[in-house]
Design a protein around this ligand. Sequence first.
Ligand code: UD1
Length: 420
Amino acid sequence: MDKLVIEGGQKVCGSLKISGAKNGCLAMMPASILAPGTYHFKNTPNLTDVWTMSRLLGSIGIFCELNDDELFVDSRNINKFEAPYEHVKKMRASFYVLGPLLARWGQAKVSLPGGCAWGPRPVDLHLKGLEKLGAKIELEAGYVLAKADKLQGNRFHFDSPSVGATGNLLMAATLAKGTTQISNAAMEPEITALARMLVKMGAKIDGIGTSIIEIEGVDSLQAVEESIIPDRIEAGTYLIAAAITQGKIEITNVNPYHIATVIDKLEEAGCEIDVSNDRVTLEMNDFPKPVDITTSVYPGMPTDLQAQWISFMLQAKGTSKITETIYKDRFKHIPELARLGADVELADNVAIVNGGKRLTGAVVMSSDLRASASLVLAALVCEGKTEILRIYHLDRGYEKIDKKFEALGVSVKRVKTELI
Ligand code: UD1
C-alpha cells in the first residue's frame, strides 16, 4: 500500500492540465449498455474508479480498454445482467448500470451499495424513479432485482435532486415507451454531459441543463465517440492548492463556468483570478480572508470541495463557517486535520474553522476521497513532514496526484509502506 510524504512550506507554482471528470466518465461508460457497438471516449481520466467501472462492465460482457486518455468500449457482447457486490461495494457509481440494463434487457440484478465512509447514502430515489417507469423491484439478499417487459414513460419529481438517480432515470427513459418528464432533476455538468451523449446516440431529450428534463423514448440508440468534460473538482482542488500555499497556478482544459461559484469564493478570500475560454489563472500573495461556504446542488458550492475548503480556511486569520447540506455527516477529515493542529468545532452539519493556528506535520489517515485531498492541502502548509496513509482513496479521483504536484514544483512523494 502507498502513502504520500509531503514536506510543508512549499509553494504551488506552474501550469497544469486538468483531467477528464471522474463523475462524468462513470456516468457515461454505463450508457454503452443502451446500444451495442464500439464507443470511443477521449479525455478519459486514468483513475482506479474508472478501472473499477471497466471491470464491472467487463463482468457483464463489455470490453473496455484504456490507452493513455482514450477509452475504447465494446458493448456488442453483453451476456449478463448483474452488478455483483464485489464491484458495487468499492464504488457506488456502479449503481449506474441499473437503469440501462433494465431499459435494454428488461432485467437487472444490482447489489445494494451499503453505507459509505462518511455515512448513509440511500438509493431509494433511483428505485422510486424506475418504479414510476413501470419496473418491478424486489430486494433480496442484499441485491436489487428489477424487471420490466418494457419501461413506460411517466412523470417523476425529485423531492430533492439526486445526481445518480437523475442519471439512472435519464438513461432508462431513453428506451422507454412514450414520454418521461423528470422535474427537480440534478443539473450537475456531468448529468448535462451524459444527456448530450445520449442525444448523440439518438435519444430525444429536451431541457438539458435545466431542472425539468423531458425524454421521448426511442426504439434503439447507436454507439458514439465522445469527449469527457474536464473535472471541476480536480480543478477546484488545484486552485485551492495554489491559494493555500500563496502560489500561482494556471489550469488548462477546464470549463470556468463549471467552477464559477468556487472562483467567486476564492476571490472573496483574496485570490487574484483571471479567466479565459478553457483556462483559469490564480495568484495569491497573502493569507486568505475567512469566507463561509454552504454546500448545495449545482451551481452552488460542491460538497466535493467542502473538505478542501476547510483546509484552506485553516490558514485564514479569523473564523469561518462551513455548512454541509448535501451529506450532513461528511466530516471525517476533521479529526485527521486536528492531528495537524487544526482547530475546528463541529455541531451537526456546521463546522466552525478557527483559522490562523500553527499546523505541524504528523502521520494522518485518509478516510475517503475528498477528505484525503484536504489532508494533502493542509500538509502543504504544515511545519515539517506529513505522511498520509491509505492513499488508495486519492487514486480513485485524482490522476497521478504526486506527478501533477511535481510539475507544479512541489514534492509530494509516493512511498510504499507496510503501515495501513
Ligand atoms: C454524486 C457524485 C458525488 C457527489 C454527489 C453530490 C458521482 C459518481 N458521485 O453522488 O461525488 O458528492 O453527487 O454532488 O457522480 N439521496 C437519497 N436517495 C437516493 C439518492 C440520493 O436520499 O436514492 C440523497 C443523498 O443521500 C444525498 C443527496 O441525495 O444527501 C445527493 O446525493 P446524490 O446527488 O444522489 O449523490 P450521488 O449521485 O451518489
